[in-house]
Design a protein around this ligand. Structure first.
Ligand code: ADP
Ligand code: MG
Length: 620
C-alpha cells in the first residue's frame, strides 16, 4: 500500500510556483501588481538577460514593517483578503498570497522595504526558500524586491526558457499590460542598463497608449462609452485602417486587471465583420468596470481568465456599442502620408483574383454582421432613401453585360471629365464630382478634401449587398422564374441541406423543389443575377451550406447568401464602365450605410487628402 504523507512547505511552494511562474515575465507581473496594490505612484522595473539573471521592481508605495516582511514571503499570507467572502469582492490585483512565497522558493530573493513612519528600512533575504533577516538597512520609503537566478533549483523549468530576446518580449508585454491599466502611475522599464520605456504619468489614456504604441495608432482611436445596468464599458477601438494579424492588440481590463476573454474577443471580431480583411484583427483598449461580486477572478492561477456571471450580457453590450458607434462614424480609409501600405495593396489584389476564379470560400466565411439587428433598425430609419435608390440602381448593369475589351489607354478622352487646371476645378460643384475609370478597375473622383480612389467591384458589391439586404428584410426580393425548372443531381447530404434551407433560400429569391431521389429542381433565382447558370448557383449554395458547420444560424446563412449574390452580381475588376455607370456608382456611394468597405472588409475607397498632395508637390 502506498503511504500518504504531507508534503514539506518547500515542495508545496515549488508546486505553486510551477502554476504561477512560467517565466521571468510572470515574476515581473506579480511584482508590479504588488506595487500597484501598495498604492505606488512610481514603479521602476530593472531586468537583466530577459529577467533570467535579475528582476528588480522598486516602488514608492506603502512599504512593509519588519514583522510584515517575513509574512510577505510566507505562503498563503496576504494583506488583501481576510475571509472566503472577501474572495467575492476582491478590489486588488493580488489576493492569493502565493506569489512572493513561490518565487522565493525558486530563486534568490531580496526584499527591502520601509514604511513612511519608520526611521529605517528592513531587508529580508530568501535563498531557495531559506530565510535570513529581517535586518535593518537604509532604503527609501516603499519596497524594492529583487530576484536573481530564477529557476536555479528547478532545472526543467530553466531548460524551457527561451532566448533573452523572447523572454524580454514577454517581460515587456507583462509590463505594458499593467502600465496600460494604470496611466496615472509612472512606470519605467530597464533592460541591461538601457531604458526601454519611461512612461510619465498621464491623465489621458490615449496619451499612454500613444507612448506605448505610437501616435499613428493613437490618432486612429475611436472612443467608446456605454453603461448598461451596473456594467460600465469604456475605452478605445482603432479605426479599421489599423489592424493586426493576431488578436494580441486587444487589451481588455476588468476592474483594472488585464484579462483575456474569448467571448469578448469574439464580440470584437463580430463588430468589425465586413470592416477588416480576412485574417486581420481589430485593435482595442477597453475597460469594463463592474461590481466584483458579478465576476469570479479566482478561476485561473494567474487570473488571466475570469468567469462572468452574465457573460452573454457583456458580450451584447460590447457588440452593440461598437456597432452603434461604427454606424455613426466616418470610417473611410485615409491615405497615410507615407503611401498605401504595400501589404494592403497586395491583399486587395489577391482578393479580387480569388473572387474572379469563383473561389470565394474564404471570403464567404468573412460574413458581414451588418445584417445584425442593430443595423436593421438603422435601415428602417432611412427607409425613404432606400426606396429612392432602387430605381437608379438599374443604371448599374448586371455582370457580363458590359465586358468590353480595352485597356486603360483606350479610354476616350471625354470619359474623364476630371479637371486639369485649378480654374476648372474651382468651377466643379463638389456635390456632383465627375470621375474617371482607370485600368478598368478603379474610379477616381474629387471629394471635398482631396481625391477619392474607388475600387469599382468592392463598392458595387457593398451597394448591392445593402440593397439586397433591405429587400430580403422587406420580403421583396425579385425572383426570376425559370420556364423549365432545372434539375440538379446532388449527394443525399447535399440535397438534404438544400431542402432544409429551402425557406431561407426562398427569402433570397432562390426557389428550389424536391424532385425525387437526390435531385433538386431550381425553379427560380434572384433577378439580380441575370445571366447566371441556375445549376452553378445551386452548387455554390450547396458549398456554402455544407461549409457552415453543424447547425449554423439561419441569419448567418442568409448573410452568406447575401454576400455571395452581391459578389456575383457586382461589376468585376476588369469590367469597362460607361460614364453613366460610373456616375451611378458614385451617386449610390453616398446612399449606402458603409460605403467604405466591401462586405468582405476590403476598403472600397481610399482618400488622398489635398494636404498630402500639396505636401508631395512641395506646395506647403
Ligand atoms: P498577494 O499579492 O496575493 O497578497 P503576494 O505573495 O504577492 O500575495 O504578497 C504578499 C503580501 O506582501 C501582500 O499581500 C502585501 O501585503 C505584501 N507586499 C508584497 N509586495 C509588496 C509591495 N511592493 N509593497 C507593499 N506590500 C507588499
Ligand atoms: Mg501579489
Amino acid at each position: 500500500m502506498p503511504t500518504i504523507r504531507q508534503l514539506p512547505q518547500s515542495v508545496v511552494n515549488k508546486i505553486a510556483a510551477g502554476e504561477v511562474i512560467e517565466r521571468p515575465a510572470s515574476v515581473v507581473k506579480e511584482f508590479i501588481e504588488n506595487s500597484v496594490d501598495a498604492g505606488a505612484s512610481r514603479v521602476e522595473v530593472t531586468v537583466e538577460q530577459g529577467g533570467v539573471d535579475l528582476v528588480r521592481v522598486a516602488d514608492d508605495g506603502t512599504g512593509m514593517s519588519a514583522d510584515q516582511l517575513s509574512l510577505a514571503v510566507a505562503s498563503h499570507a496576504t494583506s488583501k483578503i481576510a475571509s472566503a467572502e472577501d474572495l467575492f469582492r476582491v478590489g486588488t490585483l493580488g489576493f492569493r498570497g502565493e506569489a512572493l512565497a513561490s518565487i522565493a522558493a525558486i530563486s534568490q530573493l531580496v526584499l527591502r522595504s520601509r514604511t513612511a513612519d519608520a526611521d529605517a528600512g528592513y531587508e529580508l533575504i530568501v535563498n531557495g526558500g531559506l530565510q535570513e533577516g529581517p535586518a535593518p538597512c537604509g532604503c527609501p520609503v516603499g519596497t524594492t524586491v529583487e530576484i536573481r537566478n530564477l529557476f536555479f533549483n528547478t532545472p526543467v523549468r530553466r531548460k524551457f526558457l527561451r532566448t533573452t530576446q523572447t523572454e524580454m518580449g514577454h517581460v515587456t508585454e507583462a509590463f505594458t499590460r499593467i502600465a496600460l491599466a494604470f496611466p496615472r502611475v509612472h512606470f519605467l522599464l530597464r533592460h541591461n542598463d538601457r531604458t526601454i520605456l519611461d512612461l510619465a504619468p498621464h491623465e489621458s489614456w490615449r496619451d499612454r497608449i500613444a507612448m506605448l504604441f505610437g501616435d499613428e495608432l493613437a490618432e486612429s482611436l475611436i472612443w467608446i462609452e456605454n453603461k448598461e445596468g451596473d456594467v460600465d464599458l469604456s475605452g478605445y477601438v482603432a479605426d479599421p485602417s489599423q489592424s493586426r494579424a493576431n488578436n494580441r492588440m486587444q487589451y481588455l481590463f476588468l476592474n483594472g486587471r488585464h484579462i483575456r476573454d474569448r467571448s469578448l474577443q469574439h464580440a470584437l471580431g463580430e463588430a468589425y465583420r465586413g470592416l477588416l480583411m480576412t485574417g486581420r484583427y481589430p485593435i482595442a483598449f477597453l475597460r469594463i468596470e463592474m461590481s466584483p461580486e458579478q465576476v469570479d477572478v479566482n478561476v485561473h492561477p494567474t487570473k488571466l481568465e475570469v468567469r462572468f456571471q452574465d457573460g452573454g450580457r457583456i458580450y451584447s453590450q460590447l457588440l452593440g456599442s461598437l456597432r452603434n458607434k461604427f454606424l455613426t462614424t466616418d470610417l473611410t480609409a485615409r491615405h497615410p502620408g507615407q503611401g498605401v501600405p504595400s501589404s494592403m495593396a497586395t491583399q486587395t489584389e489577391t482578393t479580387i483574383a480569388t473572387f474572379d476564379q469563383g473561389q470565394a470560400a474564404e471570403a464567404r466565411r468573412e460574413i458581414s454582421a451588418w445584417a445584425g439587428a442593430e443595423a436593421f433598425r438603422h435601415t428602417d430609419a432611412t427607409a425613404e432613401s432606400q426606396v429612392d435608390r432602387q430605381g437608379r440602381m438599374d443604371l448599374i448593369p448586371q455582370p457580363r453585360s458590359h465586358q468590353l475589351p480595352g485597356g486603360p489607354s483606350s479610354l476616350p478622352p471625354d470619359h474623364s471629365g476630371i479637371p486639369r487646371t485649378t480654374e476648372e476645378q474651382a468651377s466643379v460643384p463638389l456635390g456632383a464630382p465627375p470621375a474617371m475609370q482607370i485600368h478598368n478597375c478603379y474610379l477616381i473622383t474629387e471629394c471635398a478634401d482631396g481625391i477619392m480612389v474607388i475600387d469599382q467591384h468592392a463598392l458595387h458589391e457593398r451597394i448591392l449587398y445593402e440593397q439586397l439586404r433591405d429587400k430580403v428584410l422587406g420580403g421583396s426580393v425579385e425572383t426570376q422564374s425559370l420556364l423549365v425548372p432545372e434539375p440538379v443531381n446532388l449527394t443525399p447530404q447535399e440535397a438534404a441541406a438544400v431542402l432544409d434551407a429551402r425557406e431561407t433560400l426562398h427569402e433570397m429569391g432562390i426557389r428550389v423543389e424536391p424532385f425525387g431521389g437526390d435531385t433538386v429542381l431550381v425553379a427560380g433565382y434572384p433577378a439580380m443575377l441575370a445571366n447566371i447558370n441556375p445549376a452553378e448557383l445551386l452548387r455554390q449554395v450547396v458549398d456554402l451550406l455544407l461549409d457552415g458547420g453543424p447547425g449554423p444560424h439561419r441569419r448567418d446563412i442568409l448573410d452568406e447568401l447575401l454576400h455571395m449574390v452581391s459578389c456575383k452580381a457586382a461589376v468585376k475588376a476588369g469590367d469597362r464602365l460607361t460614364p453613366e455607370e460610373i456616375q451611378a456608382l458614385i451617386d449610390e456611394r453616398r446612399l449606402v450605410q458603409d460605403s467604405h468597405h466591401c462586405p468582405h472588409g476590403r476598403p472600397t475607397t481610399w482618400i488622398f487628402s489635398r494636404q498630402d498632395l500639396d505636401r508631395k508637390f512641395g506646395r506647403i
